[in-house]
Design a protein around this ligand. Structure first.
Ligand SMILES: [Zn+2]
Length: 288
């Protein structure tokens, strides 16, 4: 644990000198794969100095929201995919196509998790699609496959000047899954994606984030249905957030199981977590 602590401290507490004048999180998709409430699936955009610079997850519908947000593929430098479920990944290819029309002339870096017995690794996932036909190979794409089997270890993934992205393997049943921490001079945003909140070292990775985005797809009654193998219950989310003490907790990735029992589920979060909470909606912007 000491090794993990030192590693995380060295990455996240080192004073940064240069200043970005503005950093804003925009929700592109706050829903899930069976959405009934008009939400796109998981996707988040980070605006740095008015440029749509970083995207985390690209679930179904997020390419549409990207356009609605007024974002530009010319400015997008990095896309981090948490895992290969379609509600987190499938619009990656729509975005790559969108980039053709932007006439971008710099490489786009995309990252995602390594595979296991059930899932191919990220580079295979992307290559299989891009190499299916000669349609999407327009500009340079730098594909990074991140080891998702390294518990308790924050991994540097991408950086540009003062902006740095780290990943951390979380537990999402049999699915290799990555959380991401975006470090900026204005503060840090952590995206936990789908996970059951049991990963060793997770508390250190998310500690003191300015914005902590946690997924909220199930209600407390799902405890008996096996869903806890995949997702954290509302009460568990509250416990995790209370330990992490973010300046703001954003709950997102709503599904029918959470929306149908929203007030009870929120009460379970608030039983432990006493800080501010925002319920995500598509296209909402939150400035650091
Ligand atoms: Zn999901």
């Amino acid at each position: 644990m000491l090794r993990i602590t030192l590693f995380v401290i060295s990455f996240f507490c080192f004073p940064l000198i240069a200043q970005a004048s503005s950093v804003t999180l925009q929700i592109l998709g706050s829903g899930g794969p069976n959405d009934i409430s008009g939400r796109a699936s998981s996707g988040y955009l980070i605006w740095i100095d008015e440029e749509s610079k970083i995207m985390i997850d690209a679930g179904s519908g997020t390419s549409l929201r990207f356009g609605e947000a007024g974002a530009s593929m010319s400015d997008l430098a990095f896309i981090g995919i948490s895992h290969l479920h379609t509600d987190h990944s499938i619009d990656l290819f729509s975005l790559i196509k969108r980039g053709y029309f932007s006439k971008r002339d710099t490489p786009l870096t995309i990252a995602g998790p390594s595979g296991n017995d059930h899932y191919v690794g990220f580079s295979t996932f992307v290559d299989n699609f891009l190499n299916s036909y000669d349609y999407l190979n327009y500009y340079e794409i730098d594909i990074k496959t991140i080891d998702a089997s390294l518990p308790g270890k924050a991994q540097p993934v991408w950086s540009e000047g003062e902006i740095k992205v780290y990943s951390f393997a979380v537990e999402h049943a049999d699915t290799p899954t990555l959380a991401y921490r975006i470090v900026t001079p204005k503060g840090d945003i952590v995206f936990m994606s789908d996970n059951n909140a049991t990963a060793a070292g997770m508390d250190e990775f998310i500690k003191d984030a300015n914005i902590l985005v946690m997924h909220f797809p199930i209600n407390e009654q799902e405890e008996e249905s096996g869903q806890l193998f995949w997702h954290a219950s509302p009460s568990k989310i509250g416990q995790v957030a209370q330990k992490a003490q973010p300046k703001l907790l954003v709950l997102s990735h709503f599904m029918d199981l959470s929306l149908n029992d929203k007030s009870n589920s929120l009460n379970k979060v608030e039983a432990s977590y006493k800080g501010p909470i925002i319920l995500a909606n598509d296209l909402v912007k939150i400035s650091l």
